[in-house]
Design a protein around this ligand. Structure first.
Ligand code: C5P
Length: 240
């Protein structure tokens, strides 16, 4: 597969078209952003770590039967994925109260939830990614009720798999964000990334943080936190 021209540059990734119709070439950047881009920094090593971690997690999810866009890792900071048309929804799953949920409903950060909570947010920078009810999703025609229910079930399945995977590394999966898209045949695939940029991950015993809150809240060295997470997950994935 050949890397061709740049299609899109986001906050953390660059997306290139390739010589193959339905294959995109993703490059993870050494850049961290938070608060809708208001806080921004260049962080050496972050692109490599997120590429490694997301490759590892998507491979595990594939093995567990979750349809996803990941094809293979092609370099330290790059991977190939299937082209999808992204549904402009952020599907957030939470096991423990943190972040915007703590603010919204006033429970303390760290409070465990009796069962996982699935929320939908509108991927829209101008609106600041607002929380959506299923009726809002219908009004905006972002997805049909059947698709919404599929997304919810898929997100819960991903949660089950990731909770066990992280538990085995003595890490608590507090919450995370997923994105889905339609492939060329109209099938819904899990897409985007699953990395410490898009999850909250705490040490089971000490609550030490291995995620982007280290950057958001200035808790220490982000690269070091992500490196420690990758080590716990068993280290790097081979390029094939
Ligand atoms: O900020 P909030 O508490 O709603 O975030 C919930 C989870 O979704 C966190 O793990 C966060 O990293 C992730 N998230 C994300 N991208 C966003 C918003 C949230 O990856 N735009």
């Amino acid at each position: 597969v050949q890397k061709w021209h740049l299609l899109y540059e986001g906050k953390a990734k660059k997306v290139y078209v390739t010589n193959e119709d339905n294959v995109l070439w993703i490059e993870y950047k050494d850049q961290a952003t938070a608060f809708n881009g208001e806080k921004k920094a260049a962080i050496a090593g972050k692109g490599r770590l997120n590429n490694e971690i997301t490759s590892l997690l998507f491979s595990k999810l594939h093995q567990a039967g979750i349809n996803n866009h990941f094809i293979k890792k092609v370099s330290e900071t790059e991977q190939l994925v299937k082209k999808v048309k992204i549904i402009p929804l952020e599907v957030v799953v939470r096991n423990v109260v943190a972040g915007s949920l703590a603010k919204r409903i006033g429970l303390d950060e760290g409070t465990p939830l009796d069962k996982p909570l699935v929320e939908f947010y509108y991927k829209n920078d101008d609106l600041g990614d607002p929380l959506l009810l299923e009726d809002h999703i219908a009004i905006l025609k972002l997805a049909s009720p059947e698709q919404v229910s599929y997304l919810k079930q898929a997100a819960l399945k991903v949660n089950d798999i990731l909770v066990s995977l992280f538990q085995a590394c003595h890490i608590k999966l507090v919450d995370f964000k997923l994105e889905f898209g339609f492939d060329s045949e109209g099938t819904i695939l899990l897409a985007d990334e699953i990395s410490p940029d898009t999850c909250r991950l705490w040490d089971i015993h000490t609550n030490e943080k291995f995620d982007k809150d280290v950057f958001r809240r200035d808790l220490g060295d982000l690269t070091e936190a992500y490196e420690r997470l990758l080590q716990r997950l068993g280290g790097s994935v081979e390029c094939t």
